[in-house]
Ligand binder design. Structure first.
Ligand SMILES: CC(=O)SCCNC(=O)CCNC(=O)[C@H](O)C(C)(C)COP(=O)(O)OP(=O)(O)OC[C@H]1O[C@@H](n2cnc3c(N)ncnc32)[C@H](O)[C@@H]1OP(=O)(O)O
Ligand SMILES: O=C([O-])CC(=O)C(=O)O
Length: 378
């Protein structure tokens, strides 16, 4: 049977089942493999949550030891990848750098087309380990600095700070970062994950699926919003200007970045946890003015439009206070979402059906091709 109803943007359409996460608008909750994300963020490391998303259960001590050892052993980039990164224009957006790096890793992998579960799990683990090294190397390159080698004595988050800044910040900062990684890791059939599943459904390789997902995440209606939030807060400048700024932006029909969500219509379940992390960062760095502006814009937006912040609203300023430059924010999202994307790629492969919807044609009526003498005349 063909369903001819058109649902723009596939809004409200259920396209498949998933066992990985549940986004529930009614109870305003998000669970990963059945566990509330807030509870995972409160007591787990990002490595434990990555394992959970891929393997379905939290790791035992032994499983975590082995998983962590593999992650640490996989972090370094070879000479060719580092050369490739060096050759990219310094003006390239860091998301373009990531997209290129993942594509290159695929081209360089002799087992690129081995789509067995074991091979794809190994490739997913390698991408999780290598992405922070790429992001950090690119962050330093844009400052004219050489890359810093990964430190196998440090955890995922600590090592990332070490590779970016040459030092590990206060444990509180590392924890806030790790909380953001856990919250960003997975969110069911969002646009970038769906993109990865579409590419996977054609029996393409895992690197192609991730490369496409990075492209989908870059847009400002999706992951790119965490950068756009910071640009917007910088443009507004102060809490006193929030109301007038919003008047103009709404009159111009601009989308207010970091607000609204396709699924959550009464607030994003992840925001309170990320807001608490942002508050801790603001207290640590003395960012009262920024937080006043943050609160003023949120209050105006909720009062006028009834539209609540999504995860990108607190995440953007939190990353700013951690010392990252704005163009690095969406790549940080990639470092987390690589887990969700690849979990979905594996799930799609397990029960694959080519994803190919229909469209309703609204173009010209059927008509004959004119003869050459007619169509080339005049
Ligand atoms: C991690 C993530 O990817 S979360 C999403 C990050 N993206 C952003 O923050 C970008 C800003 N937000 C938006 O553009 C939207 O809210 C989206 C794309 C996220 C969701 O869009 P939709 O599901 O299509 O929005 P929805 O149907 O609820 O919109 C209802 C109305 O609210 C408006 N609206 C929704 N979000 C916003 C916003 N951020 N600013 C202004 N108006 C908005 C819509 O324009 C629409 O107005 P209309 O009825 O007059 O046409
Ligand atoms: O679910 C969505 O549409 C967007 C989102 O919040 C995410 O990908 O984390």
């Amino acid at each position: 049977m063909t369903d001819t109803a058109i649902r723009k943007g596939l809004a409200g359409v259920v396209v498949d089942t998933t066992e990985i996460s549940m986004v529930d608008e009614a109870s305003n909750s998000l669970t990963y493999r059945g566990y509330p994300v807030q509870d995972l963020a409160a007591s787990c490391t990002f490595e434990e949550v990555s394992y959970l998303l891929w393997y379905g259960e939290l790791p035992t001590a032994g499983q975590l030891r082995e998983f962590t050892a593999r992650e640490r052993a996989n972090r370094a980039l070879d000479r060719h990848t580092l050369d490739l990164l060096r050759r990219l224009p310094e003006t390239a957006h860091p998301m373009d750098v990531l997209r290129t790096a993942i594509s290159y890793l695929g081209a360089d992998d002799p087992a690129e087309d081995d789509a067995s579960v074991a091979a794809n799990r190994a490739k997913a683990e390698a991408m999780l380990a290598k992405l922070p090294t790429v992001v950090a190397a690119d962050h330093r390159r844009r400052r004219g600095l050489d890359p810093i080698q990964p430190d196998p004595g440090l955890g995922h988050a600590e090592n990332f700070f070490h590779m970016c800044f040459g030092r590990v910040p206060e444990p509180e900062v590392v924890r806030c970062f790790e909380v953001s990684m856990i919250l960003y890791a997975e969110h069911s059939f969002n646009a970038s994950t769906f993109t990865a599943r579409v590419v996977t459904s054609t029996l393409s390789d895992i690197y192609s699926s991730v490369t496409a997902a990075i492209g989908a995440l870059k847009g400002s209606l999706h992951g790119g919003a965490n950068e756009a939030v910071m640009h917007m807060l910088q443009e507004i400048g102060s809490a006193e200007r929030a109301s007038d700024w919003l008047d103009t932006a709404l009159a111009e029909k601009r989308k207010i970045m970091g607000f609204g969500h396709r699924v959550y219509k009464h607030g994003d379940s992840r925001v309170p946890t990320m807001r608490a992390a942002l508050d801790r960062m603001a207290a640590l760095r003395g960012a009262e003015e920024l937080m006043e502006l943050y609160g003023a814009l949120e209050a105006e937006m909720v009062a006028r439009k009834g539209i609540h912040p999504n995860l990108d609203y607190p995440a953007g300023p939190a990353y700013h206070l951690m010392g990252f430059e704005v163009p690095t924010f969406t790549p940080l999202f990639v470092m987390a979402r690589i887990t969700g994307w690849t979990a979905h790629i594996l799930e799609q492969q397990e029960a694959n059906a080519l994803i190919r919807p229909l469209s309703s044609y609204t173009g010209r009526e059927r008509r004959p091709v004119p003869l050459p003498a007619q169509r080339l005349a005049g």
